[in-house]
Design a protein around this ligand. Structure first.
Ligand code: JFZ
Length: 484
């Protein structure tokens, strides 16, 4: 082989090698199209949904969860014994038969419930949407469902609680999302697995009942913006991937623009959340506070929409009488998780478990008020913001909206100098506080700036610095490496 030919051949081999390396790095999860297996019930879309309703879901960024049901009455205590586990699972912890559990309906009379006050509290907290448990695993419905007698209509309270909430939240400009547990401990046809023909027949009846309830919810409360499914992890559901795809289609036909979490879905092979080809099913991935992605290592999550939700004590969603049984997060710890989620392109939903009388416990009122105070001043770095594409630094988190990159500072160093490393081609023009005061910023090295944070030395809470940036227009003469 002549040397020139050899070099050409060598370059060719290298190019192929490099191309395949880049390819495998760019697409670690989904298989190349030709290797995908055909699925009837897999993802019906690749990539993020870009319609207006989805953008609204994404822009909201901060929501509240409401877990409210019969479990609020015992509040974690059954026949004199206190159970430290999740209060909404007490029926299961204490092995209470369903008919005995449903006797609690006779005590359901939340006389202090005031939908307008709830909605005001949510607006003051700065949440843009509220996820309400229409029906949790116990099977008790907060709306007067015509398909079961276990509803609020058959309690001393009688009135349609869900309807009151939807109306009040919407009047405050807050979207309502419906939490719905498919698993229903109160229904005789619910099955964990389908082992016999009888199981399959009963479970088919159960799925029809569930369809009816969902159709009822979607039509009675047509301003609903989202269904968040839960209780779908059992084999019986995994063997019915087709039904989960049907539910998603049905709700999308009934409620234009509605969004649906990934937890509902299973594909042809019972694979959940992500189908057998690695594509997200549903509109967004629904994770948990214990599973917040690592802000340095898990950047893959920025490729899809996602929403995390968190409890204030450890894993207590429903009202539990005794919050001293586990660690209770401070408002600033809750805030840090909110910012953490937004910095990685996700939403955060903070949980509330109202008391059986319809009021919120004092700790939750205080939490909502402190988050609200902070959001009122600093919400600009949360609403409508996304992953900024910047390397995380120890002082806190970045978020981005257009040409504004927000630094949300949780840890101010003794030097009060904050390092900002920018990607090639991104230039910082200026820095300011959210109320418009100039903050000094100097170029320290190639692709690296230092923000002088002296003026924040006496801050008691996390603070925000807004960087005005320009990208794509880097002027290479700005970086004078040779002169340093
Ligand atoms: C579920 C419920 O069991 C719980 O009571 C609460 O309503 C919560 C929001 O959702 O709990 C889960 C479900 C899935 C996971 C964790 C808790 N998960 O996948 O990690």
């Amino acid at each position: 082989m002549k040397p020139t030919l050899f070099i050409r051949f060598y370059c060719f081999v290298c190019a192929i090698g490099l191309a395949s390396i880049f390819q495998s790095q760019a697409q670690p999860r989904p298989l190349p199209a030709e290797q995908e297996i055909p699925l009837q019930y897999g993802a019906d879309r690749l990539g993020k949904r870009q319609d207006a309703a989805m953008q609204q879901f994404r822009n909201h960024r901060l929501g509240a969860f409401i877990h409210w049901g019969l479990y609020a009455i015992p509040g974690g205590e059954w026949k004199g014994k206190m159970y430290p586990g999740a209060a909404e699972w007490l029926k299961s912890w204490a092995n209470v038969p369903s008919d005995e559990w449903m006797q609690l309906m006779q005590q359901w009379n939340p006389t202090r419930f005031d939908a307008k006050a709830w909605a005001r509290m949510a607006r003051q907290m700065g949440v843009k949407y509220v996820k309400i448990t229409t029906k949790h695993h116990e099977g008790f419905c907060l709306w007067p469902s015509q398909y079961t007698s276990y509803t609020v209509a058959n309690t001393p309270y009688q009135k349609d609680l869900l309807g009151e909430m939807v109306k009040a939240y919407n009047a405050e400009g807050i979207d309502v999302h419906f939490y719905f547990s498919v698993m229903d401990w109160s229904h005789p046809d619910w099955r964990y697995d389908l082992k016999t023909r009888e199981d399959s027949v009963a479970f088919r009846r159960f799925l029809d009942f569930t369809d009816n309830q969902l159709r009822e919810l979607a039509t009675r409360y047509s301003t609903v913006k989202d269904f968040w499914f839960d209780g779908t992890w059992d084999s019986s559901i995994k063997k019915n991937g087709g039904w989960t795809a049907h539910v998603e289609r049905m709700l999308k036909e009934l409620v234009p623009g509605v969004t649906i979490n990934s937890r509902l879905r299973a594909d042809d092979y019972g694979k959940r959340h992500f189908d057998s080809n690695g594509h997200l099913m549903g509109d967004y991935e629904s994770g948990y506070e214990r599973k917040l992605p690592d802000p340095v290592k898990d950047l893959k999550v920025t490729r899809w929409d996602w929403e995390a939700c968190m409890t204030v004590p450890e894993n207590q969603w429903g009202y539990h009488k005794d919050w001293s049984l586990s660690y209770v997060k401070t408002p600033m710890e809750v805030l840090e998780r909110i910012v953490h989620a937004v910095s990685m392109g996700g939403n955060m939903v903070v949980n509330f478990g109202p008391q059986p009388d319809g009021d919120f416990r004092p700790e939750e009122k205080e939490l909502a008020a402190s988050i609200g105070r902070w959001m009122k001043q600093n919400g600009e770095c949360i609403y409508g913001c996304d992953y900024a594409g910047m390397e995380k630094q120890d002082w806190g988190y970045y978020t981005r909206k257009g040409n504004n990159i927000y630094m949300v500072v949780f840890n101010l160093p003794f030097s009060r100098r904050l390092k900002v490393k920018v990607p090639r081609k991104l230039r910082i023009d200026a820095a300011r506080t959210l109320d418009g005061k100039k903050v000094e910023v100097t170029e320290a090295a190639r692709d690296e700036y230092i923000v002088l944070a002296d003026r924040f030395a006496s801050e008691k809470e996390p603070f925000v610095i807004c960087l005005s940036v320009e990208d794509g227009s880097a002027d290479s003469s700005r970086y004078r490496d040779a002169l340093t």
